[in-house]
Design a protein around this ligand. Structure first.
Ligand code: FDA
Length: 372
């Protein structure tokens, strides 16, 4: 047996919160991470004075004051407000769907005019009964214009399937707002950590009771780890842990293509979604706008995000929480419950579409269970 009380597999947000809280309670923790750096998907790296979100745009948002206070211990947050813009074949529309979008689309000026327009399109679509697929569901919620220009192409690229083949439940609701408010989130708190996200995880792990090793894959020596450590917190893929014995869960992957440009401002916004079907990427992130243009004044860094099918060995960015996968996950969760020495946590361990605030919450719930 090793000198450690816990082995944490994965130095993402879940693993880091758990390790930090365990160390504060006097536990000795070893963290192993297969990537060459800590912070998982929230990893940011400074290029030309700009904090570049290496694994996609990350905006922290929550309405839970405790979580907000918790994360603010590790970084100061700016007042960034997520207001993405859609580019549909060269026409720009504000998101989420709001009076600015409706005015840009139809020239309407009042909420009553916008509601009447959407209702007329829903009526014209003559949808009867329960929506049979994502297309019908979206049209029943927001009418044909918004669906065709701002939802269809983007969603089909994201999922790699036709909207008529995707299940309706993927879109339970679409944020429609009859005010001129471009703030994407309804949460009380949101922002970007000044100086990036990596520092948050580094500070969490910076404790004499925590040892971190990067570039180490748990599966290279799974049996030995299980022999050596009394308790394991596993934040990798649950199906991989069980050697895919019940079958593979599905994930969506992404390919990021970054460019450093010798100009000060490429697109005027942090996030621009490309909502047509022809453009192969879903969005372009211009990182300096997360920090209001901080960084070298004559440089900018942009990243194009290409959705991709997932195959073994690819990064599993998104769990695909459809009925089939959720049922399979349940069966893996039953196996996980029998594995008394191991706790499965985080996005991949619990196969759940967690945002950062939810991951912190879930890790703190585990802390409460472990250390009552
Ligand atoms: P995460 O995947 O970050 O960490 C798990 C770690 O375990 C990884 O570092 C991995 O390498 C490691 N690992 C896996 N298997 C291993 C093994 N066998 N051995 C060793 N190490 C192993 N959230 C939000 O609140 N606002 C936002 O704007 C966004 N945006 C966003 C964009 C994109 C493109 C994605 C993919 C995700 C988001 N998120 C988000 C979600 C956010 O990234 C997520 O909530 C957290 O990163 C999840 O933290 P975890 O620790 O669960 O997983």
């Amino acid at each position: 047996m090793s000198k450690y009380d816990y082995l944490v597999v994965g130095a993402g947000l879940f693993g880091a919160v758990f390790a930090h809280e365990a160390a504060l309670r006097g536990k000795h923790v070893k963290v192993i991470e297969k990537r060459s750096h800590v912070a998982g998907n929230i990893y940011t790296k400074e290029i030309d004075g700009i904090q570049v979100h290496q694994y996609g745009a990350h905006i922290f948002h929550t309405s839970d004051k405790q979580i907000w206070d918790y994360v603010n211990q590790f970084a100061e947050f700016n007042r960034y407000t997520n207001s993405p813009v859609a580019n549909y074949k060269g026409h720009m529309y504000n998101l989420p769907f709001n009076m600015n979008t409706f005015s840009e689309l139809w020239g309407v000026r009042t909420p009553a005019e916008a509601k009447a327009k959407i209702q007329a399109q829903k009526d014209a679509a003559k949808l009867a009964g329960e929506p049979k697929n994502l297309e019908e569901q979206a049209i029943s919620l927001i009418g044909t214009d918004i669906y065709e220009k701002l939802v269809k192409g983007y969603t089909e690229k994201q999922w790699g399937q036709k909207a008529t083949d995707l299940p309706a439940f993927i879109i339970r609701r679409l944020p429609v707002r009859y005010t001129f408010d471009n703030n994407y989130f309804n949460d009380t708190y949101q922002g970007i950590p000044i100086g990036g996200y990596t520092q948050i995880v580094e500070k969490m792990l910076d404790h004499p009771e925590i040892d971190v090793e990067t570039g180490v894959d748990f599966f290279a020596d799974k049996d030995q780890y299980l022999q050596d450590y009394p308790k394991v917190i596993f934040t990798g893929m649950i199906d991989q842990y069980f050697n895919y014995q019940l079958g593979e869960l599905e994930y969506r992957s992404l390919r990021f293509e970054s460019e450093e440009l010798d100009i000060d401002n490429y697109q005027g916004n942090a996030v621009i979604n490309y909502t047509d079907a022809e453009t192969p990427f879903t969005r372009i992130i211009e990182h300096k706008h997360f920090e209001f243009g901080k960084g070298d004044s004559d440089k900018t860094v942009i990243t194009r995000e290409y959705p991709a099918d997932w195959h073994r060995g690819d990064e599993p960015y998104y769990p695909v929480n459809n009925k089939k996968n959720n049922a399979l996950y349940k069966r893996y969760a039953t196996l996980a419950n029998q594995e008394k020495q191991v706790v499965f946590g985080g996005r991949l361990g619990q196969y759940r579409y967690y945002d950062m605030h939810q991951v912190i919450h879930a890790a703190l719930v585990l802390v409460n269970q472990e250390f009552i």
